[in-house]
Design a protein around this ligand. Structure first.
Ligand SMILES: NC(=O)C1=CN([C@@H]2O[C@H](COP(=O)(O)OP(=O)(O)OC[C@H]3O[C@@H](n4cnc5c(N)ncnc54)[C@H](OP(=O)(O)O)[C@@H]3O)[C@@H](O)[C@H]2O)C=CC1
Ligand SMILES: O=C(O)C1=N[C@H](C(=O)O)C[C@H](O)C1
Length: 254
């Protein structure tokens, strides 16, 4: 059995992941970590300050982290120091934090890090790459994302991954976050963020040319799509060489 600890256990994603791990025949949920102690699915959730001691006591094979960027970096370092494999779904990292994570992980433990664990979004990213590569010059590009009212980071991690893909395929362009007032369109990529209600996660890329618009969209209806991807990655990551992997590796898309 693969022993799993979930960081952010009492959050929206931690709860969904904990349930799937507890129901899996191949995985054993040994506990959770959150800001406050508690329990979930019959196992303890310990306070964040006890993470090191908890890893020492429970000796998990994998730690799944869906918390917040500032907390996640420390959780990743703790797991790597204990030789625990990682699945990281947290978004909103700064470039400096990404570098800290890379240094903590590379050469130490295998880690899957993805801004989106759904199968659909991972296919969506390949379609965006293909469209951006094939369309001739002259198409304007706009990226829109919508999420629930509680989401803290903006734009979403998925939207940032989309922008990375577009930059790779069409060359780096300015990312213009919203528009207001008088302005002429240049060759920027417009980025638009919507927050409201209980929207699980919508992303759209629009390529607008003369007399035609190509629009690619993905809509998640339930967090289960992210949770099941993260749990699938947890089973996959065991036994891999140390280093950073993406969900495309798990799904064999690359
Ligand atoms: N990659 C993907 O597929 C997906 C990624 N996400 C990302 O996952 C993250 C979590 O999302 P979501 O579950 O909606 O957020 P929630 O706020 O519901 O859950 C996060 C949980 O982490 C807790 N937390 C904060 N600091 C720590 C810490 N140091 N150690 C342990 N737990 C801590 C929070 O406690 P408290 O509330 O008390 O601060 C909260 O319970 C976000 O970054 C989000 O963007 C979300 C969905 C899919
Ligand atoms: O916070 C969320 O809810 C989500 N976050 C991820 C992101 O920032 O891209 C993935 C998904 O869209 C849901």
């Amino acid at each position: 059995m693969i022993k799993v600890v979930v960081c952010g256990a009492l959050g929206r994603m931690g709860t969904a992941i904990g349930r799937l791990v507890s129901e899996s025949p191949d995985l054993e949920l040994v506990g959770g970590v959150d800001v406050k102690a508690g329990s979930f699915y019959g196992v303890p959730v310990v306070e964040a300050a006890r993470l090191d001691a908890f890893l020492e006591e429970t000796k998990p094979d994998v730690l799944i982290d869906f918390t917040i960027a500032n907390a996640s970096v420390g959780n990743i370092k703790a797991a790597a120091a204990h030789g625990v494999a990682l699945i990281v779904g947290t978004t909103g990292f700064s470039p400096e934090q990404r570098e800290e994570i890379r240094l903590a992980v590379e050469g130490h433990v295998p880690a899957v890090i993805s801004s989106n664990y759904s199968v659909g979004v991972n296919i969506f990213w390949t379609l965006i790459r293909e469209a951006a590569r094939r369309l001739p010059e002259g198409y304007d590009i706009e990226v829109t994302e919508a999420h629930h009212r509680y989401k803290k980071d903006a734009p979403s991690g998925t939207a940032k991954t989309i922008l990375e893909i577009l930059d790779e395929e069409v060359g780096p362009r300015t990312h213009l976050h919203g528009r207001e007032g008088m302005m002429e369109r240049g060759d920027e990529i417009g980025v638009h963020v919507i927050r409201g209600g209980d929207i699980v996660g919508d992303h759209t890329v629009l390529f607008a040319g003369n007399y035609e618009v190509l629009e690619l969209s993905h809509r998640a209806y339930d967090r289960g799509v992210f949770a099941s991807g993260a749990v699938r990655a947890a089973a996959w990551v065991i036994g891999r060489k140390p280093g950073i992997y993406g969900m495309a590796d798990v799904l064999n898309l690359s």
